[in-house]
Design a protein around this ligand. Sequence first.
Ligand code: PLP
Length: 370
Amino acid sequence: MQSLLQHANPAILSLSPYQPGKPIDELERELGISNIVKLASNENPLGPSPHGLAAANRTMAECHLYPDGGGFQLRQKLAARHQVDMAQITLGNGSSDLLEFVVRSFVTPADEVLFSQYSFAIYPLVTQAAGGIGIAAPARHWGHDLTAMAERITPRTRVIFIANPNNPTGTWLDGDSLQAFLAQVPPSVIVVMDEAYFEYAHYPAMGAAGYPDTIPWIARYPNLVVTRTFSKAFGLAGLRVGYAISHPTIADLLNRVRPPFNVNAPALAAATAALDDHEHLEISLAENHKGMLKLQQAVAAMGLTAIPSVTNFICMDMAQPARPLYDALLREGVIVRPVANYSMPNHLRVTVGTLEQNQRFIAALQRVLG
Ligand SMILES: Cc1ncc(COP(=O)(O)O)c(C=O)c1O
């Protein structure tokens, strides 16, 4: 085996793969139980946009053909929606694809990539895979400390990742703080604003006053790359489609590393239709807000605390090692997400589910806490 790995890329050899939330099927196989509730991957519990689903289904009769590699219709719709040029848009197989394209385009071995402590696990992974050096700035109140981040910019910094809102903590940054930060970043350093949970934070009832739409800022900060996804509020996680909006020069680079046909035909059609499905989005956001309040109340009633979140998940401090509680919840048929891999061993991250799913989780947690 040694000889097979002799010439393997050392950066890849030492890589620990991303750990997704436990799939329902896997728990069914392991414990032989059914009626499982999965609140582990921040998916939309109401399901896909019905218009998106219908559009995806319509493509199936033509699945012997390659999809439109340029994703014309989706890019056209996104360009109109965000009032940018089509040449500014890059499509990804999920927005995680785009995070990787940025690193592949700008990071060579020994370059630095800056992100925050307790931020999305993909950032250090894609950095390491490219041979780059990940620099984690200390967090403040579990969220990004932009002062600490600015202090860590060096001549070797190539990319800065900011998740707004942040996963796994659900924290967010306001527009004024972000603009003050951007003004300090050298124009040659790429800043990725990862807005996977944009729609939730932007929803007024969530109370994230001052949460910005950063896409119009690209005109002022051409080093800004904004990424968004159809995996969360639009309910299309299984189809894998996300997008980046950037200066056309950056988009051109990202499109060079983008594999051909990286977004499949059902995904393109579903995303295009889902953008016009305002009803599904509105219901999803309203239900999420109600569910969030319910979970926050339940946490408080159990004498626990949670990190304030403006997303579709909430990170709870169990005040004890969370792993045994996670295992006990699995036996109750409830899958949540342990976050010890983020150095948060006492926390569990829980996706806001339907009313019924939230009640199942709360009842199960009450039982496992005794
Ligand atoms: C902060 C953040 N960014 C990006 C993603 C990637 O999502 P996707 O690749 O499904 O678009 C996620 C997924 O959980 C996330 O939490």
